[in-house]
Design a protein around this ligand. Sequence first.
Ligand SMILES: [Fe+2]
Length: 337
Amino acid sequence: MSFQEQIHDVAQLACVELFTPKFEESFWFFHDVLGMTPTEDDGKSCYLRGYEDRYHHSLKLTRSDKAGIGMVGWRASSPQALERRVAAIEASGKPGKWVEGNKGYGKAYEFTTPDGHKQHLFWDVEYYKAPEELKSKLLSRAQKRPLRGVPVRRLDHVNLLCSDVTKNGQFLMDNLGFLKRENVVFGGQDELAAWFSVSPLVHEVAFTKDQAGPGNRLHHVAFWYGNQGQMLDLADILQEYDVTIEAGPAKHGVSQAYFMYVYEPGGNRIELFGDTGYLIFDPDWKTLTWDESNFFNGGGVWFGGELPQDFFVYGTPIVEAAMAEAEAKDEVAEPAE
Ligand SMILES: [Fe+2]
């Protein structure tokens, strides 16, 4: 396996945009249950953030006729790093364009994955400034921990459903400097899922083969607690208020994540990430490949129950007919963490 030098031009996952056909209910979920703080609402979108998210927002919640993901936003490591990555994308044969006027960050380069997932890459950001009553005594905390629900600390990662995991992942590796940390390949065939990062985290983005739709969809967005106890507490609240828990709390073998998957009222799958999984500091990390011999022996779920069939076929926007067809088949391979 060849060595890929880390280039660190992309610093972090900064924000995501989610579409919801049930805005008020979705807002209740993110604001009241996950304790996120709104910074602005322009009538079309509401901008929210976890209490340790440092920028204007980490979630742009947009009123829409269907659920799904609108955009994934990445912060570059410097203005020069942004220019280098834009040059790489433009040379790739799949160029994007510069866009302005986005709330919370300055000029951004807009491009898509091969599947069509919209991405923004930018340097200039607007930092969140807590009003006096929300200022934390902890200097490292962007605001006081909210009193609502079980508040998440920050955005963690996004998992995108796509038609070709290898093709989409390679685009991020070639043009943005992502490294492939783990993947799933059954029978020596196509990759069914792969996890990529630009930092010691196991992933900021994952691609999963879309088995029930055309690709260019969302599997899930994950927010971070860093403490699985808080996830257990959240599970108790979700049961109380009739929010669907799809799977967990439990632990994946892939990424070693303590997870819980829920459907926010608008239909998007949201993951709560209870710990950090593990961190990677080895610059010569080799992709870890799970196959049918080990994936079902701890890879998918290390402990804590099963992943239901819907986990492998449900995504947003929902493709009803294709999902029913996929569920009717005996063998639907593969998940996503
Ligand atoms: Fe995940």
